[in-house]
Design a binder for this molecule. Structure first.
Ligand SMILES: Nc1ncnc2c1ncn2[C@@H]1O[C@H](COP(=O)(O)OP(=O)(O)OP(=O)(O)O)[C@@H](O)[C@H]1O
Length: 810
């Protein structure tokens, strides 16, 4: 009907004599219609007027709509009694007593400072290397806050699989629970009634994500007030970190807006100074002391060495037989590829027979491709000291709390210093000496492989453009606004048109005509259409949210397709249009599109789009639709209508009035961002390679028996320099770095590449490939549309060509 009014409005254009009268009539009609529409909306659960008893979908509170939501607000937070009103010069006795309660005699460096800030309600970032005791920085304040008020502390940790282990590792006096889908009613009740003081949960459980949002977190209303929230692995918040996770960005927003959290504690072991500053900004840490503690990148008890052996297998065996590693009990050997872990583990079992351990317990492989039970078996054997060596991908060791790992060997080079520091940090957590060795490929093979993956992960301009078109479909706001302006001009001839034509102004308009629309794009469909991972799409959406113009506002992923089926046939569908306006709208649209709706007993539609067009809130529209399944008459029971929601989708608000020029600018912005990331990663990789090379021995034999202390120190200094230097955002490779990379390029490949690409495309002439897709296939790197298992089978192409050139030649 709304559309009908608009088309009616268009028809009357040009009938000059009647224009003024008609326009005013239309305006009145429109207002009347909107009032009626609004009333219906309220009855149905939508609309914009507040009512006591209505639930806000943002915070879960009642009595207001999300649009007016200010989070759970200061009222909740003020119920929490701060232990200190401001950071005091002397730590109160109560804090020392709590430390004893938790089983510790004294603070380790940095802990006291961070704890006192949290007890004073100040957001804080703690950067301490692995094993230095970051966990106490949330445990002690959580314990004290819970003693003073009925409140809980949220701990967000990415290690879902290890949450139970983390729980069991907490001090006995700290009552804790973790959120997962298998939670019993009793456990949920314990959380709600404030019987636990620490609640562990994954970022996805809090903000939802890719259908993985568990949705098992009790609503904000049901939870006791949150004293503070601790974000473990906080470097994931920074898009410049080695491990950026888009859902971490939404985390801070959800904590503040939905749960009313005012104080945030970030914990990380690996953050350069610029990453730390970036994290601090996300945590809203404004004061200088906010980054409370920054320790040396590598703990003093770790002894480091690097060598560039041509025969790596032989070198590894020599190292494990030598004096330095031969006497060590718990060792992790890191490899980049899964197949390599299996091969190296078998090699070690054969070559180290009879040394220190029986064959069975000598070496085993571990990677994410193994079954859960197999992984658990390997990890348990290693934890209890029965298994001496684990040959693993980086999947092993995250959250591993084995304090006496004595050795870490990198069979392949890690992709950055951040990864290196994190991985070696798994050794010597008990403070006793531990040894770390890295094998650097003298031909630059690892460098080459890692560089290929960096190129493979980036997104080209064409893909960016297709995503942008999906995110900003045009809306009618501009036309409606222009129509309204014309009407106002007729009624008030001297009024000024406020519409700011962007094309004429060189910068972004200060105010847009469109106030954004709620949209959903199905995850699976988008991933397949663009051939990038779900995480990749989410990252691009995050960049759009981070832009000063806030092009999009990301909301919880949702099921966007609604299917309504009426078992009693078409008449039942017609009947429910009277009680369910969204169904009426969908049916009316079908009718206007020329479809015969009289015989229709089933409807399928994008519920997000319908709710947005009607100006109603999605959760309430969904609730109303679900209610159709139940009879409204006294007898109750099922109504014979089936309502199903499907298609997990990215859900966001975005503008619909971007001009073509603006769309191009958005594409350029996104593409530049992607390229910046690529540059940063290349910079990190090259910095890493150069530093390792500068301290490397030609052969492992120089360090199998004795450590060269000065080279170990030299590498530690290079690491400290890297982490302490505040680099600007332009991580452009210097000409000498490019030279370094080029040294390891394959030469004389051009003719071969052209021939290979031609033959590949000819063999698959019925399929379409982008340049980047061909490059990935040639390197055996899988993507959502071209899985490595299928496309990488033709090993002829594998790993022999340089990516940039393939992309160019396609
Ligand atoms: N003040 C302290 N006194 C003695 N031991 C402590 C103290 N603080 C922490 N520890 C111990 O140090 C070990 C490592 O602590 P924790 O797990 O908190 O380190 P972490 O910095 O979080 O490491 P990671 O980065 O690997 O998670 C634990 O066994 C813990 O009990």
């Amino acid at each position: 009907m709304y559309l009908e009014i608009l088309s009616y409005n268009q028809n009357i254009e040009g009938t000059a004599g009647l224009q003024c009268f008609l326009c005013l009539s239309v305006l009145c009609l429109f207002q009347l219609y909107m009032q009626k529409f609004q009333l219906k909306g309220e009855r149905f659960g939508g609309g914009g007027l507040s009512r006591q008893g209505d639930t806000c979908y943002k915070c879960g509170g009642t009595g207001h709509w999300a649009i007016d939501c200010k989070g759970r607000g200061n009222t909740e937070f003020s119920q929490i009694k701060l232990v200190c009103v401001h950071v005091c010069s002397e730590t109160p006795a109560e804090v020392h007593a709590a430390l004893q309660d938790l089983g510790y005699k004294s603070f380790r460096p940095g802990q006291e400072e961070a704890i006192m800030r949290i007890l004073s309600g100040l957001s804080t970032l703690v950067v301490l290397s692995t094993g230095m005791g970051k966990s106490l920085c949330y445990q002690l304040p959580a314990y004290l806050y819970a003693q003073r008020s009925n409140c809980i502390t949220l701990v967000i940790s990415p290690l879902v699989s290890l949450m139970d282990d983390q729980l069991s590792g907490l001090p006995a006096k700290l009552k804790a629970a973790c959120i997962h889908s298998n939670m019993t009613m009793k456990q949920r009740e314990a959380v709600k009634s404030g019987q636990v003081c620490v609640l562990l949960l994954s970022p996805e459980a809090l903000v939802g994500g890719g259908g993985s949002g568990s949705g098992c977190l009790p609503s904000a209303q049901e939870l006791p007030p949150v004293a503070f929230a601790c974000i473990d692995e906080a470097h994931c918040v920074s898009e410049w970190s080695h491990n950026f996770r888009p859902c971490y960005l939404r985390l801070c927003k959800v904590l503040r807006e939905r749960l009313g959290v005012r104080c945030l504690l970030g914990l990380t072991a690996t953050a350069t100074l610029s990453t730390a500053v970036d994290i601090a900004q996300h945590l809203d840490i404004t004061d200088q002391e906010g980054i409370a503690v920054r320790s040396a990148a590598v703990p003093p008890n770790l002894h480091l060495s690097v060598s560039m052996d041509r025969e790596k297998d032989q070198a590894l065996v020599s190292l494990l037989r030598g004096d330095r590693f031969g006497c060590l009990d718990s060792i992790i050997v890191y490899c980049t590829r899964r197949e390599e872990t299996t091969r190296v583990a078998a090699l070690l079992r054969t070559c180290l027979q009879g040394i220190r351990k029986p064959l069975k317990w000598q070496a085993e492989s571990y990677h994410a491709g193994l079954s859960g039970s197999e992984r658990r078996r390997v990890q348990n054997n290693f934890m209890c000291g029965e298994l001496r060596i684990v040959v693993a991908t980086v999947a092993f060791g995250m959250g591993l709390d084995k304090s006496d790992v004595r050795g870490i060997i990198h069979y392949n080079m890690p992709k950055s210093f951040e990864s290196y520091v994190q991985e070696i940090g798994r050794a010597g957590r008990d403070g006793e000496p531990a040894h770390c060795h890295l094998f650097l490929d003298p031909e630059g093979g690892d460098l080459h492989e890692l560089r290929r993956h960096i190129y493979a992960d980036t997104v080209d301009y064409y893909t960016v453009k297709r995503l942008v078109q999906k995110v900003f479909p045009p809306c009618k706001c501009k036309q409606i606004h222009q129509k309204q302006q014309e009407l106002i001009k007729v009624a008030l001839p001297f009024s000024v048109c406020v519409y700011n034509n962007e094309e004429e102004s060189s910068d972004w308009p200060r105010e847009r005509v469109c106030h954004t629309h709620e949209r959903a794009i199905p995850i699976q469909e988008t991933v397949e259409a663009l051939d990038i991972t779900e995480e990749g799409v989410e990252t691009l959406l995050c960049y759009l949210e981070l832009h000063p113009q806030r092009f999009v506002e990301l909301l919880h992923p949702t099921l966007s397709v609604c299917k309504v089926s009426c078992y009693d046939g078409p008449r039942q569908l017609q009947k429910i249009t009277k009680i369910c306006p969204p169904v009426a709208v969908v049916l009316a649209r079908k009718r206007m599109a020329g479809e015969r709706v009289e015989s229709c007993d089933q409807l399928e539609f994008d519920v997000v789009e319908v709710a947005d067009t009607m100006g109603w809130q999605l959760p309430l529209v969904k609730r109303g639709l679900r209610q159709l399944q139940w009879s409204t008459d006294r007898a109750g029971g099922r109504s014979g209508v089936l309502v199903e929601f499907s298609s997990p989708s990215f859900y966001f608000r975005s503008f619909g009035d971007l001009s073509d020029g603006e769309m191009d600018r958005v594409c350029r912005f996104l593409h530049n961002r992607v390229q910046d990331q690529e540059k940063t990663q290349l910079y990190q990789l090259t910095a890493c390679f150069k530093a390792f090379k500068s301290v490397a021995f030609q052969s492992v034999l120089s360090c199998v028996d004795n450590l060269d202390v000065s080279r170990s120190l030299q590498l530690k200094n290079l690491l400290s320099e890297y982490f302490d230097k505040r680099r600007d955002r332009d991580h452009t490779l210097k000409p000498m770095d490019t030279e370094e990379l080029d040294k390891y390029k394959l030469l004389d490949w051009e003719g071969q590449i052209r021939a290979d690409i031609r033959s590949f495309l000819a063999n698959r002439s019925d399929e379409k490939f982008s340049g980047r897709a061909v490059a990935r296939i040639f390197h055996g790197i899988g993507s959502p549309c071209y899985p490595a298992q299928t496309y990488g089978r033709d090993r002829r192409y594998w790993r022999k060509l340089a990516t940039q050139e393939i992309i160019r030649f396609k």
